[in-house]
Unconditional design. Structure first.
Length: 366
């Protein structure tokens, strides 16, 4: 440091000290009262600038004393119980929804069923002593109400026949239905007529093609069927006329599969002509048995298969026809079936018990 600066620094310090001493003496000689000095402001965050000092708040903040706080063990079992209750509640709701759904479905089903058969009520009032079968069509209610012995309704345009068919003969010539075994399904509606006029329409291929309508209508009072005639034949009713055998064409019950196949084969050989149609086991048949003058104690039989179409079949002549022995003898022709076995079918019976269905095959015994 140079001498000039040293002198300046020395002179300056001396001046400051003199001034300080003079003011001190002045304060001591006068009634001087010092002004209070404002204390320094507290710093909230020493990492921040004073310019970033936060705003003051009027709220008081009491620092919690954590040492006095006791932690308690939380019991979660109520939560588990609540969860279980919630799940249980939802399960109940789901079950109720399912129950309501099925109740609605069955309710609607029953309502539809009731609406479809509501017409029976007026006939029950009209015929108070009659119990109408389930599913009977309204158009047959009056017929059934007047005669509960009614089993069905037959219509054959060829002979202008439109009549009720009875469950059993009234001995007055009214057509009647072959009785079926209990617990058996009916696959063949066998109807007996007391009228021989059908024979001229279906006894030959030529008559079938030129004169016959080829159709027969029948209803079991619940379902209307349209049957297409597939053939006709003559049969004896006395065993002595065919080597001790009467062909059981009048089997109405559902047959066992093997018996059904044999039955259709035997029909084919007996038919007087060929229409090219062979039934299968699932088919519904109609068999109309009529009196005939062809031979004493014989019947003329017409067979039809249920079909929806109205296209008539075409018949063609056959060279080989199976006649009963007595006819072969009278005509002087060889009986090619003389050594055939005496065929009797097996039928199917169906039993329902405790919501279970069982079947049994038994030998035909008519």
């Amino acid at each position: 440091m140079d001498n000039k600066n040293k002198d300046f620094e020395k002179d300056s310090i001396d001046e400051i000290l003199k001034d300080f001493q003079a003011k001190k003496e002045e304060r001591q000689e006068s009634n001087y009262v010092p002004k209070p000095v404002e204390p320094p402001k507290a710093r909230i965050d020493f990492a921040k600038d004073e310019s970033e000092e936060p705003k003051k708040s009027n709220k008081k903040f009491n620092k919690p004393d954590f040492s006095k706080i006791k932690l308690k063990k939380v019991d979660l079992s109520p939560l588990k119980n609540d969860k279980a209750k919630t799940v249980y509640k939802y399960l109940i709701i789901i079950v109720l929804i399912i129950a309501v759904f099925f109740a609605a479905v069955f309710g609607i089903g029953n309502a539809i069923k009731s609406s479809k058969t509501a017409y029976i009520k007026k006939y029950e009032k009209k015929y108070t002593d009659v119990s109408f079968p389930d599913g009977i069509e309204e158009k047959y209610c009056d017929i059934y109400g007047k005669n509960p012995n009614t089993a069905g309704y037959l219509k054959i345009d060829d002979i202008k026949l439109s009549t009720a068919v009875l469950k059993k003969s009234d001995n007055k010539g009214t057509p009647y239905l072959e009785k079926s075994a209990k617990d058996a399904r009916v696959d063949n509606f066998v109807i007996y007529l007391n009228d021989d006029s059908l024979e001229k329409y279906y006894s030959t291929a030529d008559a079938y093609n030129k004169s016959a309508s080829g159709f027969i209508s029948y209803s079991d009072l619940k379902t209307d069927y349209n049957f297409k005639v597939i053939g006709a034949f003559y049969t004896n009713t006395k065993a002595s006329d065919d080597n001790g055998y009467v062909f059981p064409y009048n089997v109405s019950e559902q047959m066992a599969p093997s018996s059904a196949l044999e039955f259709y084969t035997m029909l084919h050989y007996r038919f007087l002509y060929d229409t090219g149609v062979s039934p299968i086991r699932s088919d519904k048949l109609i068999t109309i048995s009529c009196p005939t003058s062809f031979h004493k104690d014989f019947r003329f039989v017409v067979v039809g298969v249920a079909r929806d179409d109205d296209k008539k079949l075409k018949a063609s002549s056959k060279n080989l026809i199976r006649y009963p022995q007595v006819i072969c003898d009278e005509k002087g022709i060889k009986n090619n079936f003389a050594g055939a076995k005496k065929w009797y079918p097996q039928i199917v019976l169906t039993y329902e018990k405790d919501d279970t269905t069982s079947t049994k095959i038994v030998q035909y015994e008519k």
